[in-house]
Design a protein around this ligand. Sequence first.
Ligand code: ATP
Ligand code: MG
Length: 159
Amino acid sequence: EKINICSFMNSIFQKMKPAFKSKGVKLEFTCKTEAVVDIDPTRFEQILLNLLDNSLKYSEMNSLTQIEITNENNFVNIIVKDQGIGIPDEDLPYIFDRLYRVEKSRSRLTGGYGLGLSIVKEIVGAHGGNITVESQLNKGTCFKITLKGFYDDNNFVNR
Ligand code: ATP
Ligand code: MG
């Protein structure tokens, strides 16, 4: 299904706002493309809710989480960037594995099964997309999803 990525992400942003507000974490949304993407909206929403749920879970009060949409050549980037506790380098290669959680002691308080990111990776892959992560311990984490982008007329973003 061809969907305008900005309006789609804006509705997810609106949906997540109250949860961030109640924990005192700032949530920002910026969209810098007119692109359309070919996605299953229900499943794709699950991805964003998982990423944002993690950002919220692993962030402190007064920090900032940013959702940013950009386009590069024929691709759209969906970026979720937080100022949370970060992920140690040695754990980064495994965070997309099923049931993997970084050092149970620090995750115990927040709960969860270590399933969220494995589902994210699977759905992104099913859409022919890619997901990467960069993180710095005690500084924050940035997830970037890359998908093929189109304009409404089915042409690529860069005509
Ligand atoms: P579930 O999603 O099943 O409720 P979970 O959040 O622990 O549980 P994942 O979403 O798969 O599992 O994430 C795996 C691990 O990666 C987490 O346990 C956490 O340690 C780390 N992680 C994921 N996202 C972030 C983030 N934004 N900041 C810090 N650590 C993160
Ligand atoms: Mg999770």
